[in-house]
Design a binder for this molecule. Structure first.
Ligand SMILES: Cc1ncc(COP(=O)(O)O)c(C=O)c1O
Length: 388
């Protein structure tokens, strides 16, 4: 059976289904928030069901079988080894980024991000009263690259921390080993702490290879890695991230932040789901990547045939397509608002970077049928624009 079948999430507290809807009711098709519109793998659902039926939900702890499952996942999938005291948990990757900025920098310190990027990267800097330095990614015909000269410039301005997004949401890059070598060399040269958000690490397309910052832990001592099963297995609502830090001093700073923010052991269901995901779902991950790849091809072919002027950014990793809509001559905030009247929800490029008003982001983690229906609605909107 195809595990990636349509799932109507209306009225289940799914943000993008219940809150992002315009005038539409159940017929609305959201492609915005980065979670999946099909079920989590069956072993996860079965394990959660069994735990619910057990009926007691008291205080829990992280046991060795959980730690082992996580360390084995890193070894099997990302090809690096860690010790159990180098891995600990937070209530999600965004929570981990807040801990990083708070614990590893001081007020007004300079923090670098590369745009366009997941909007919460801006929030973690501003909310902690740090100074934001932006290094813009370079774009050429639908392919993005890091601007290393720009990055070095921000480091020369005294940056203390750099938040890397690998794979990068929304531009879909899976940074190569050569690129990451350069990043680490620069961080080392300018003594900049490197925080790597690797939440999209398992969603890798074609023959691209994901390289984790875990490979660099012995080369540079100021690295913090944030990983999570949230995207891969559609369990973001359970709220869990696994953080890796080798440096004992940095680890103590983050542990302190965890204590003062009362971020105790993660939810019982979250750790159970993660352990099962990391021990019983390897096949599912392979199948999902093939499914996302097919949806991406479908999207590309659809627009190649019908609206060739629309540029689809090359998608190497993540399930998020970054689409250039400059040919519509309309700001993405207006486009995404008007699209609601056509029963389709996309993410507004402006939210990822004030200069991305020509972009929308479309989530491909849905059934083929949902994607086809969404594309028809998007196309109808484009036709109405060009005929207006
Ligand atoms: C790059 C990136 N980091 C973090 C998150 C959210 O992580 P979490 O739900 O674990 O806080 C997202 C969600 O879209 C993301 O794209």
């Amino acid at each position: 059976m195809n595990p990636f079948q349509s799932l109507n999430r209306f009225n289940t507290n799914a943000r993008k289904w219940d809150l992002d809807r315009g005038p539409f009711d159940e017929d609305f098709l959201p492609f915005s928030v980065a979670d999946s519109d099909y079920k989590s793998p069956k072993p996860i659902i079965d394990a959660l069901r069994e735990r619910v039926l057990h009926g007691a939900f008291g205080y829990n702890y992280i046991d060795i079988s959980y730690q082992q499952a996580v360390m084995n996942w890193f070894s099997r999938h990302y090809h690096f080894e860690v010790k159990s005291d180098e891995v600990f948990q937070s209530h999600g990757v965004v929570a981990a980024l807040y801990l990083a900025v708070k614990g590893l920098t001081k007020k007004q310190d300079k923090v670098v991000i590369q745009t366009p990027v997941y909007p919460r990267f801006f929030d973690v800097v501003y909310d902690n009263h740090r100074t934001l330095l932006i290094n813009k990614l370079k774009q050429n015909k639908g392919h993005y690259e890091m601007d290393f000269i720009g990055l070095e410039d921000t480091f020369k301005q005294g940056a203390k921390l750099f938040i890397l997004c690998n794979p990068h949401n929304p531009v879909g890059r899976v940074w190569t080993e050569q690129e990451l070598d350069q990043v680490v060399d620069l961080c080392k040269r300018y003594d900049v702490t490197l925080v790597s958000d690797e939440i999209h690490a398992d969603i890798i397309l074609g023959n691209h290879t994901f390289t984790s910052m875990g490979h660099y832990l012995d080369r540079y001592e100021k690295i913090m890695i944030c990983t999570s099963p949230n995207k891969t297995f559609n369990i973001a609502g359970l709220h869990l991230a696994n953080i890796i830090i080798r440096n004992p001093y940095m680890r103590e700073l983050i542990h302190h932040e965890l204590r003062v923010s009362h971020s105790c052991t993660p939810n019982l269901f979250a750790t159970l789901a993660c352990e099962v995901a990391y021990t019983a779902c390897d096949d599912w991950v392979i199948k999902q990547n093939k499914h996302i790849e097919k949806n991406y091809r479908l999207l590309k072919l659809f627009f190649q045939k019908r609206v060739p002027k629309l540029v689809i950014t090359a998608l190497e990793g993540t399930y998020l397509a970054w689409i250039n809509i400059a040919c519509l001559n309309k700001d993405s905030t207006l486009v995404t608002k008007e699209l609601l009247d056509y029963g389709i929800g996309l993410s507004d490029g402006n939210k990822f970077d004030p200069d991305s008003k020509d972009y929308v982001r479309m989530n491909l983690a849905c059934s083929k049928a949902q994607l086809e229906a969404g594309l028809e609605r998007f196309y109808q909107y484009i036709l109405d624009q060009t005929q207006a």
